[in-house]
Design a protein around this ligand. Sequence first.
Ligand code: UDX
Length: 436
Amino acid sequence: MRMSVIGCGYLGAVHAAAMASIGHDVIGIDVDERKVAALNAGSAPFFEPQLTELLTEGRESGRLRFSDRMADAAGAQVHFLAVGTPQIPGGHAADLRYVDAAIDGLLPHLRPGDVIAGKSTVPVGTAARLATRVADSGATVVWNPEFLREGWAVHDTLTPDRLVVGAEPDAAGERGVAVLREVYAAAVEAGTPFLVTDLATAELVKGAANAFLATKISFINAMAEIAEASGADVALLADALGHDSRIGRRYLGAGIGFGGGCLPKDIRAFAARAEELGRGEAVGFLHEVDAINLRRRERAVQLVVDALGGLVFGRRIAVLGAAFKPFSDDIRDSPGLDVAVRLRGLGADVVVTDPAALDNAAAAHPQLGYARDRNDALREADAVVIVTEWDEYRRDLSPAHAGGLVRGRIIIDGRNCLDAAAWRAAGWQYHGMGRR
Ligand code: UDX
């Protein structure tokens, strides 16, 4: 099927490449000329496992092209909207300017029967508004939220755990759903649940899923606070809770909390939209979820300060990790970088290292020190803080090796990802988050 993907960021570039890999003829559109040039050259503009391979394959097959001209989207049967919806400056709501700009650009090129499939995370009610905007063109709006995780984006796009398509309950909506069923035929045939809803429910599924995940993480981080006050161990607690199949162990990883381009801004936008709808109190708990999350960063800083005897001024601190999570170079709202920035603000000599996100971090926070080599970051450090659980730190860093490089054997495990006993046995003072 001929399709366009408008917006080629973390979501759109992966979607475009994945759709081409399953046989569709795809044009990706983005306003950023440099990004378009990189994608056309088969080079991923950000770190995402398997994306380069798919871009190269798409280029060689001739089924995947990128352009900065919206006119090149003309003739596609489906237009996927994958532009960003960041937090508005100075507020909590979602900024829909890129969504509206995409529709403005697309309008002159739409033909009757075209399907616009929204993938961007939007406040409930947006799809219906966009449907009104494009009504005269004869195009149909459906909503097809995306649940991919960065670092697993290719995997999650090609083998999603469910597909959700929201549409108006009329003939045009039914046709839109049928077109999307055809787009995802391979996954549907492989048994992926395909849920058809109204527009509002489809938009809400995404907001609700992210709100639930954020709540689960903050729940266990709230338990970490109680564990800290009572001498319990939150990691053992999470294991015990996780065996209850109604609860499950995933997303019960206590630590410095969630970050990234989605969960933090999405729960704020969700709460802001609920307030607009006069139902703010229904999701009032999301403010608490946000507050718990932010308190964990402060807690990590406090652990470092306490471990260094109350003063970090002039002390050298190695921060292992900058990306908001492993297998990503994304530093948007990275809890780990926030911890690094706060420590620097207290006068510490902070050296950050990360296998993928160092350039992004250095561009955003030039006041921090950086080392490309993990060993250089560790050398002469008075304390070490792990903020992103990359395999390079979690699995491959031995306490004996690190102990030979640092000045002080103090480690703060911001992700509870290390074997505490092994580090203690090697003479380290180990501090986890909510752990004994
Ligand atoms: C998330 C959702 O998972 C995805 O479905 C949605 O489409 C976009 O938002 P992503 O932002 O890529 O995806 O990351 P995710 O793997 O969910 O992690 C989010 C944050 O939560 C990371 O900072 C991670 O470190 C943190 N996290 C995750 C925890 O602190 N504890 C956990 O147990 C799990």
